[in-house]
Design a binder for this molecule. Sequence first.
Ligand SMILES: Cc1cc2nc3c(=O)[nH]c(=O)nc-3n(C[C@H](O)[C@H](O)[C@H](O)COP(=O)(O)OP(=O)(O)OC[C@H]3O[C@@H](n4cnc5c(N)ncnc54)[C@H](O)[C@@H]3O)c2cc1C
Ligand code: SF4
Ligand code: SF4
Length: 626
Amino acid sequence: QFTRAKPDNVALLEAARAEGRLDFMTGVRPVSLAPREMSIETRDGPGTLVCDRVIARLGATPARRFVESCGVAFASADKEAFPVLTSEFESSTPGVYVIGALAGYPLIKHCLNQGYDVIERILGNEELRPADEPILERKFGGLPGRRSVDEWLELMRTDIGIFNDLTALQLREFMLESDVRVFASGEAVIVRNDMGSSLFAILQGSAAVEVNASDPSVTVTLPQGDIFGEIGLISGRRRGATVRAAEDSILIEAPRSAVLKLMATAPAVKRRIDAVTAERMIKQIFGGTLSKADISAILAQCRLQSFKAGECLIREGETGYDIFVIRSGSVVAEKTIAGKEVFLSYVPAGSYVGEMALFDDGHRSATVRAAVAVEAIVLPGDTFRTLLDDRPDILRNVQEQVYSRRQVNGFIEAQKSSFGSVADMYSSVADFLVEQGIGEATDALLIDETLCIGCDHCETACAETHDGISRLDREAGRTYAHIHVPTSCRHCENPQCMKECPPNAIHRAPDGEVFIDETCIGCGACQRNCPYGVIQMETPPPKKPGLVSWLLFGMGPGPGQPPDSWIEKALGSGGAKDKVKQAVKCDMCRGVDGGPACVRACPTGAAIRVSPEDYLKVSGMGRATD
Ligand SMILES: Cc1cc2nc3c(=O)[nH]c(=O)nc-3n(C[C@H](O)[C@H](O)[C@H](O)COP(=O)(O)OP(=O)(O)OC[C@H]3O[C@@H](n4cnc5c(N)ncnc54)[C@H](O)[C@@H]3O)c2cc1C
Ligand code: SF4
Ligand code: SF4
């Protein structure tokens, strides 16, 4: 570490050594450990050190096998799993403690607080209060009832089903990232069709789910201890129902990143959330008349299956009866016509495929493949057939679905002699768009090249709206036929950028936009994780004088990107070089009247924003058939 340490820090260490306060060696390689002794290799040959404690600095992603060989067990075989730890950060081997990024807490403050706690405990300080206690005291301070932090945490653990098996440490760290607040009776907690991926747990009171979009008086009550919001969490789709507090209630709201981390650390939480999601998804898709017992009986026959992007769930021409409920991700259906794969439809999470074969002796009439990574609940055909035989209402819903899908297939079959080249174009543009991530987009920017005149007004408007830094690169990105996909955020259903952000600075707004807040520490994890290369690390420039000051007094640079010389001057000595970079990307002009500036600034209507449900319209076919 010395070669990379800042000179001032090295100077401090050397001064401390000169004063006899500590000692250190450099250029040393550890060879082996024995009780109270470490064998080392130095530049001058082998040696030994008296050794009470070893502190190994390993980071978030050391070789798992090495960590396991030190006696540290992980929560599961999942590659995202974290080590199993007690509330004192002790691993499965007594005396071996894990803190910081490897324990799942990736901020310097975590490492400092946890390191302090561990050292104090090793020294025998049993009275120690955790360093983050004041944060939780503030968080719980506004709740009704006088309870200590420990009492609130214990109440949460015992009264909320998914928390029952958590350790005190897991729950404490989870609550540091979550919010807890009181909702008045009738207050909306989540609203149908809003975007949102946080999970809610009912600590006190109850919640009413409005299950019928056209009649809000039809509700299902969720009791104390239950959870909701899990379908948005898993699928990344918009909220499927409005949920209100049924009485004055205390609810915990946990951000997606905290829940995913908890699911990776605590297999029991994952099992419970998966089970609730599957149960409610089946109920939402197949109808309200199914009882909890009916659904449990169905789910007992099901399995969860993952598919990589491009992998087939169903192959045209094969025989099969299984039904695939898309839990997360999305799929595309294609049919071979005149030797070519013709794109039929895009099916998002929260829907199902495979039902047509049940009415067609098991004959698969189309190929269905994953547009992005997909998780599907697979219902065996026999189970589904029994369900349809017992439930005429569900049979009717499924028959309607089959009817409309047959109509699309029939239309395409009927056109095969006349529109060969159009169908080709349609399919390949649709394929191209799926490859470019539009299949997992909630809102993507496309440019119709037949209309674009290359004026760059879209980029200039973007820069103008965002402190001189454009978040879109119009020329970069790929083009197929007349559709260009510029380098700009797709606001993905399951944003990869969010998954390792240490301060949880990346959020999804109720309208769907994925945005980065000012707490970004510039670590670059999101830039590495985004599959579409749309995040830039930039030094935030100073605020520019307004347009009027520029027009009247010539102050600051004009519209568009400010020149580097102006940024340097405005930032003072050291200029941009001394400032920490932060991640920037398209935020869909959040909070700006009139919506995305790029689309508003385009003089020809070439720049358009689309959701996956709409992209077939732009790919050409929609225009032909609308
Ligand atoms: C650019 C950047 C900016 C950040 N800014 C902030 C900030 O402003 N505030 C904040 O709180 N956090 C910030 N963080 C996060 C913070 O740095 C980490 O959370 C913290 O350093 C994690 O500490 P750690 O000891 O667990 O791991 P690390 O500090 O990552 O230490 C891991 C060490 O292990 C070594 N190592 C790994 N594998 C091996 C191996 N196989 N053999 C030998 N050595 C190995 C590495 O070289 C490294 O020195 C930032 C991170 C980055 C990358
Ligand atoms: S930054 Fe990348 S991963 Fe994140 S939402 Fe945008 S396109 Fe998706
Ligand atoms: S660079 Fe990205 S991942 Fe890192 S803190 Fe900023 S937003 Fe989060």
